[in-house]
Structures are given as structure tokens and as C-alpha cells.
Design a protein around this ligand. Structure first.
Ligand code: MC0
Length: 141
């Protein structure tokens, strides 16, 4: 079902402060930036690797609102790894298979993710305390 690690999502208080650390430490570059109002985040994607199975990124996440998932996470735990996202070729069949096993899905149907991707979150309580995302990337991402 899973084809790659698509991204590691990292909660930060400020993109402007966090991006230069990743650029300086690893020579990564921001290849995409966007606000996702529904998720309450401003995000920056830094490309780590392009391979046959698709791309892998570090995703830096700054909350747009205190009562958003990332805003609440920062208030409770401070900055750090917020979620891990796996690439899938077909998110509809991946969600159908997980529903069949009775898995606890945050999103039962895909929602809008980074750069036109289709995404769905799986609850951390079923996965060792790790908030997990599935990503069906848009063409070319
Ligand atoms: C909350 N919890 C987490 C967590 N966030 N555990 C691990 N990792 C996280 N990121 C835990 C809390 O510690 C708490 O555990 C319990 O979940 C309930 O927390 P809460 O603060 O009361 O939050 P809820 O219940 O309102 O919501 C938790 C839930 C939510 C995971 C359902 O954050 C959610 O819907 N997340 C999915 C959407 C999201 O994260 N969007 C932002 C990234 P205890 O043990 O204290 O009960 S959007 C994104 O990344 C997109 C744009 C993309 O990639 O394309």
C-alpha cells in the first residue's frame, strides 16, 4: 500500500525562523509554500529526495490559528515532529482497505493537501502515538 515516505511534518512557531536552519544545515531548498486554511497551517516543503516512487520532503508547519491542530500541538508539546506522511498510488483504495479493517480514520474521504495532493489523516492512537497521513501526490510532485 505504501510507496515511500512522502514527508515528515514538523511543527514550528515561525517558518521565517525555521527555514534558514534547514537550508543551512542540509542545503535543502523550499520548493513550495502555501496556506491551507482548512487545516489552519502555513507550510513550506523542502525537497530531500526525488526517486522512482516520487519525492520526499521535510514539511515545516506554522499555525495560522491557535485553535488549529498545529496550534494546539505547539501549545501542548512545543515544536517538534507533528506527523509522518506516506505516499500511496491510490488513496481511495487505501482508505477503503483501512475502513474494512475497522481502522480509526480522521478523514474517511480524501481532503485537499499540499500542492494539489489528496490526503487523509489516520488517528495517532492506532499507530503508536504517531499522527499519520496518506498522500496521493498530484502529477509532478
Ligand atoms: C494531537 N495528539 C497527537 C497529535 N495531535 N498525538 C500525536 N501527534 C499529533 N500531531 C494527541 C494529543 O496529545 C491528545 O492525546 C489527543 O491526540 C487529543 O489531542 P487534542 O489536542 O485534544 O486534539 P484533538 O482531539 O482535537 O485532535 C487530534 C487530531 C487532530 C489528531 C484528531 O489534530 C487532527 O485532526 N489532525 C489531522 C489534521 C492536521 O493535523 N492538520 C495539520 C497538518 P492525549 O493522550 O492527551 O489524549 S495539515 C498538513 O500537513 C497538510 C496540509 C499536508 O500535509 O498536505
Amino acid at each position: 500500500m505504501l510507496s515511500r515516505i512522502d514527508h515528515v511534518g514538523i511543527a514550528v512557531a515561525s517558518l521565517a525562523e525555521a527555514i534558514p536552519h534547514y537550508e543551512k544545515a542540509f542545503g535543502l531548498k523550499v520548493v513550495h509554500q502555501e496556506d491551507n486554511e482548512r487545516q489552519g497551517v502555513r507550510e513550506a516543503m523542502l525537497l530531500v529526495h526525488s526517486g522512482e516512487a516520487g519525492n520526499s520532503y521535510v514539511q515545516l508547519l506554522e499555525p495560522l490559528r491557535e485553535d488549529s491542530p498545529v496550534g494546539k500541538f505547539l501549545a501542548k508539546r512545543g515544536p517538534g515532529i507533528h506527523h509522518i506522511a506516506y505516499g500511496v498510488a491510490d488513496i481511495d483504495s487505501a482508505l477503503a482497505a483501512l475502513t474494512e479493517t475497522g481502522f480509526d480514520l480522521v478523514n474517511k474521504t480524501p481532503v485537499h493537501g499540499t500542492a494539489g495532493s489528496r490526503i487523509a489523516f489516520l488517528h495517532p492512537k492506532g499507530l503508536g502515538g504517531v499522527l499519520t497521513e496518506l498522500v496521493e501526490a498530484a502529477e509532478g510532485h
